[in-house]
Write a protein that binds this ligand. Sequence first.
Ligand code: ATP
Ligand code: MG
Length: 347
Amino acid sequence: MEKIILTGDRPTGKLHLGHYVGSIKKRLELQAENDFSKMYVMIADSQALTDNFDNPVKIRESIKEITLDYLACGIDPKKVTIFIQSMIPELTEYTFYYLNLVTLARLERNPTVKSELEQRNFNNTIPVGFLCYPVSQAADITLFRATDIPVGVDQLPMIEQTNEIVHKFNSLYGETLVPCKAILPDNETSFRLPGIDGKSKMSKSLGNCIYLSDDSKSVYEKVMKMYTDPDHININDPGKIEGNVVFTYLDVFANQSHFEKYLPDFKNLEELKLAYQKGGVGDVKIKKFLYNILEELLTPIRERRSKLEENIDSIYEVLKVGTRNAQIVAKKNLEEFKKAMQIDYFN
Ligand code: ATP
Ligand code: MG
């Protein structure tokens, strides 16, 4: 079977470290492996509008910011088709038919949607569009016949929902759609990177993010503010690793060479953790270490980004070309879809 990769992000703000470890890193690895017939990255503006319909300017601005982030991270528009969701009306058409294949109860059971509803405090004013966004996500995936979806763990219920729709469609109208699978990050802590407050996942909507475009000073300040162990008051007190955000981040970002370069007193993370638990290692020391590691990752991204910012027209050109190419595929697949449903009346 053809390997077709598709992922996306909601343009609700700039990309942060959670996006990087949860999805972008995998996209870059897959792009480098070059073992796919097509790779798409979709900017999910229609989805973002489901809970930001009152702020289209934010979405508009974020489309540019996210594209800058992609290119700064190394997503290569020569290999990857980057496109804007709302500019492919075929997606809306798929969604409309899929709505018949899903029950309201099934949508309300989706654990990710459930927690997002709570977070947004909709109470009795849940927009129908918001509740249905997993259906439109199923359209995004299947319209491009995507098989591999590199995402964070919060997206697993969406993949499950998509495959249910695929199964239902195929059993009703004949084998037409292809099932897909999620590609999760290699490191389990990256499935759901916590925010700097340690309370929940890093998320644009929660204001607990380190953005890929943050300057060095902001990164330093955010790292210094990170939640550690509130009982670790004096350097010599024993410290806890569990729930200590600095160690969670070190688990994700630190490697051997970082110790040699920035913290040669310790051989590796195991040794550092033991010393911290025993007492004698201060929070500022581990935070400075983490800051150096993050700076090593973020500096080249930041530099590429500021170069790209000098030519915003070229950013929109990438989006135009990507959207045009994606629509050619979308049109063709929609025809087959309608034929399967026997709603291609003039043929
Ligand atoms: P919003 O708050 O608007 O929903 P978000 O920060 O949750 O924004 P999305 O655009 O919804 O970001 O997510 C895009 C991709 O990034 C998804 O694949 C998601 O799984 C992944 N992702 C987002 N946040 C994290 C995180 N903290 N850890 C790991 N992966 C994440
Ligand atoms: Mg989200």
